[in-house]
Design a protein around this ligand. Structure first.
Ligand code: IMP
Length: 179
């Protein structure tokens, strides 16, 4: 099975505990406020669904879909919107929920775009951060785990649309993914 080719980096239990901590921070920071939680498809869908169920403040949700790496594990450097928000965000507290920050191109593009729509506040929550590959200086307000430069799959993250359903976050062995 996949355990021969994939090494567990973060276990299901570690992820669950950290997601609860992130949600506690968000609950405290937005106490008495309402929040629009914006998930970036597709990678954030599992993280987002676990995170929002730990939130006790009033929330609504929306999604954006951006162009992704396609068949490659390395960024093309090009970012495009495939699906925009359905909700106007002017005057609202917005948190963008992303699976991983790698070069930072995707999140910086999204943050710049959403800022032009005049939200009351805009913050970024990412489960994983790979700072060693950063091309654009962007930091998340809430970050689950900082990880080395591994290509990881599971808990929503894919390689060629596969492995999103793994409960753990696993390192894809180099021989399996080199371009
Ligand atoms: P960035 O624009 O380079 O920061 O890339 C962000 C996007 O690249 C993420 O939302 C993921 O879809 C994808 N990505 C980056 N690193 C990984 C990885 O290790 N595994 C799976 N997807 C990744």
């Amino acid at each position: 099975m996949h355990k021969k080719r994939y090494k567990i980096l973060l276990s299901e239990a570690e992820i669950r505990d950290r997601v609860q901590e992130l949600a506690q921070d968000i609950n405290a920071d937005y106490s008495g406020e309402e929040l629009l939680v914006v998930g970036i498809l597709k990678g954030a869908f599992i993280f987002m669904s676990d995170l929002v169920r730990e939130l006790t403040i009033p929330i609504s949700v929306d999604f954006m879909d951006m162009s992704s790496y396609g068949a490659s594990t390395r960024s093309s450097g090009e970012v495009r919107i495939l699906k925009d928000l359905e909700t106007p965000i002017e005057g609202k507290n917005v948190i963008v929920v992303e699976d991983i920050v790698d070069t930072g191109l995707t999140l910086s593009y999204i943050a710049e775009l959403l800022h032009t729509r005049n939200p009351k506040s805009l913050r970024i929550c990412t489960l994983l951060d790979k700072p060693s590959r950063r091309k654009i200086d962007i930091t998340s307000d809430y970050c689950g785990f900082t990880i080395p430069d591994y290509f990881v799959v599971g808990y929503g993250l894919d390689y060629n649309e596969k492995h999103r359903n793994y409960r753990d976050i696993c390192i894809l062995e180099p021989t399996e993914h080199e371009d």
